[in-house]
Design a binder for this molecule. Sequence first.
Ligand SMILES: [Fe+2]
Ligand SMILES: [Fe+2]
Length: 280
Amino acid sequence: MADEEIQLNDPQTLYRRWEASQWSPFEVDLCSDRDQWPGLTGEQRSLVHFVLSSLMVAEERITTKFSGLVGAYGSEEEATFLATQQVDEARHMQFYARYQDEVVAAPEQIGAHVTRARAEVSDAFGQIFDVALVEAHEQLVSSPGDLQAKVRFVTLYHLVIESTLGLTSFKFITDYLRQTQLLPGFVAGYSKIHHDETRHIGYGVWFLRETVRTSPDQADTLRQTLRAVLPHVAASLQLPGDGGASALLGVSEDQLKEFALGGLTRRMQIVGVPLETVYA
Ligand SMILES: [Fe+2]
Ligand SMILES: [Fe+2]
């Protein structure tokens, strides 16, 4: 079973899946969203604003702080897969920018969206995306052959940002929008993005598992990276406002954290570095 999973998630298999999963951010139908937008309550609108802001900031960082990993490839198959991930992240940024332009606000440049979004996200979010991710990327760019730098980067990018934060946001936001039958175009685009993200996470788990197998000392790099960033992850899973967003979504912060932690626990098990060893 375990060996089958490795096969399923190796970079060549993931590349073939990418070839079979092409979509365009400009073909997602946003007509219903445009019709619904003026009728949303103030609370609903500010929740969507917060979500979009967070996603815009995240995707901008994720797109522009990735090329170091492409340059740190270990095989041609890995280089090929990583090139597709770079394209995917740019595509995701394009979808959120289009959504801002066509549904939420007047047309603006992507940079202007991100600047506005930055003003709305929390300090913890900034610590992850503007400090930890930027530093890990700079180290990888300056030393592409440094395995420790690559492990640190993939832990932060694929395991923390794309898995722990990304999958949690996707689940609770799309659950809410589906239940209330709101913004179907947003749900459709976000679901395409989610499908891409599961491929990216598949790569990250594959890389970390292979690396820990062949270089067991790198397990400590993974642990150290998580120890440094997990407090910010916990803080960034807090919902905005004094309980309003939480009540609107029908979900408590404990539920959010439980879901996030449950996923991280399972992935760390597959990688071969159980989460409980991080704080041992
Ligand atoms: Fe993405
Ligand atoms: Fe991604």
